[in-house]
Design a binder for this molecule. Structure first.
Ligand code: SF4
Length: 433
């Protein structure tokens, strides 16, 4: 039997899909591309924006067009939040929630045998949801290993559907994380990326006091791993003792993605974000002071309900002051069921476009300045891909570097003397080892 898996949304979803593909392989399925004719199509959905829902439906119809007899399984966040809507879409055979992905093979075989629709979506994922341990065993051909260590979120930012789609915080057992990191080190992986939905909450569901910083310190001691990265992390994670302990880590890459969302205190309050612009600035200045050269990037939402010209001006002034290295910009997308969806004062699409392009222009300038700032430096690059003697990889600060070599550099960490840069990519000469 041939199965094809399409993934929408975030890195955690990519991880979940890889793990589901492994479960199918172990059950004797052949994994094919989504564009190929398959007996089973799995769409691992996203519902973080309206566009996510729309794309999920488009892939359902595409699957049915490619093979009208195929079993179509719609799993993940869109199914979790809208199970009845998904179940009513013609051609959908299986509807699985965001905490039921490890049961995918069982439900596919059940649907094939019984030829009737199956809907299995756990209701109570908010409280005491257990971590669904979907593990990837094979990282063939990869130089960096993503590891999902946490799922769910308890923050309830007023615009965000994720707590309703992914449920409450749940964490992968620390011993399992350590065991997998050791295994990856023994397989020659140099870099690990710890990811989750809200990784700063890692361990909050454990009985004993054990958090992300404790885990990072344990991984720091594992031989073979040279680089550890963390995905997007709560800005206020870097306060007090945690900041000192982070600075004590030898292998943590100095690239921090600290979601800001707005530079206006009033907007942040309506977003139910738990910091002020000043507190955010304080964290950034401390990181800059103790880790010069670190990359600090962020996300900003424009057009949040009631965001006035004055508030947006505050955001632009704050971004001018805080001087980050790259800003990912998102136009506010109303999500049914979130508090923000019930707010008055919607911002019109034209204004959202204008605000978004102003921030994107600023971000391009900031990134170009950041990347050109390493010209003349010798930097360590983990090379990921190469073709015809041209190789690309990333520095610990997550700056993209291009170099030329007759040697196969994939998976190697090598020193490069940077001689120039264009936009988001630096380039240079490979140094002899
Ligand atoms: S921290 Fe806020 S924005 Fe991030 S996943 Fe949780 S609720 Fe959503």
């Amino acid at each position: 039997m041939r199965v094809a898996v399409e993934t929408l949304g975030c890195r955690v979803n990519i991880y979940d899909s890889e793990a589901m593909m492994e479960l199918f392989k172990r059950d004797g399925f052949e994994v094919v591309e989504f564009g190929d004719k398959a007996d089973v199509y799995v769409i691992n959905t996203c519902t973080v924006t309206n566009r996510g829902d729309k794309k999920s439906r488009q892939h359902i119809h595409r699957a049915k067009r490619q093979n009208p007899d195929a079993v179509v399984a719609v799993v993940g966040c869109y199914s979790q939040v809208n199970k009845d809507e998904v179940a009513s879409i013609e051609g959908v055979d299986i509807v699985l929630g965001s905490r039921n992905k490890s049961e995918i093979v069982f439900y596919v075989n059940k649907a094939i045998a019984e030829r009737k629709q199956v809907v299995h979506v756990s209701e109570n994922i908010m409280l005491g949801a257990r971590f669904e341990d979907l593990s990837i065993k094979g990282y063939e051909g990869k130089t960096r290993a993503f590891m999902k260590i946490q799922d769910g979120c308890n923050r309830f930012c007023s615009y965000c559907i994720i707590p309703y789609a992914r449920g409450g915080v749940s964490s992968k057992e620390k011993d399992k994380v350590i065991e997998e990191v050791r295994l990856l080190a023994s397989e020659g992986f140099k870099e690990i990326i710890l990811s989750g939905i809200h990784i700063a909450s890692y361990g909050q569901d454990f009985r004993e006091a054990y958090g992300l910083i404790d885990l990072l310190e344990e991984i720091d001691g594992i031989d073979g791993i040279e680089r550890v990265r963390i995905g997007s992390v709560e800005p206020m994670f870097f306060r007090g003792e945690a900041m000192e302990r982070v600075l004590g880590l030898r292998k943590l890459c100095p690239h921090f993605h600290l979601s800001l969302q707005s530079g206006s205190e009033a907007t942040l309050k309506r977003m139910n974000r738990r910091y002020t612009p000043e507190e955010y600035l304080d964290v950034v200045l401390k990181l800059r002071d103790r880790l010069p050269g670190a990359s600090i990037t962020t996300d900003v939402i424009v057009g949040f309900p009631q965001e006035t010209d004055e508030e947006f001006k505050e955001t632009m002034e704050f971004l001018g002051k805080v001087k980050l290295d790259k800003i990912h910009t998102f136009k506010y997308s109303e999500r049914k069921g979130t508090p923000a969806a019930r707010m008055t004062g919607k911002v019109d699409p034209k204004t959202k476009d204008e605000r978004s392009s102003l921030i994107m222009d600023l971000s391009d300038k900031l990134e170009e300045k950041h990347v050109s700032g390493i010209v003349g430096n010798r930097v360590k690059v983990l090379f990921e891909e190469g073709k015809d003697g041209v190789y690309y990889g990333y520095t610990p600060e997550y700056i993209r570097v291009r170099t030329e070599s007759q040697e196969d550099l994939e998976g190697l960490i090598r020193s490069v003397l940077i001689t120039g840069s264009v936009k988001d990519t630096a380039f240079g000469e490979l140094e002899d080892e």
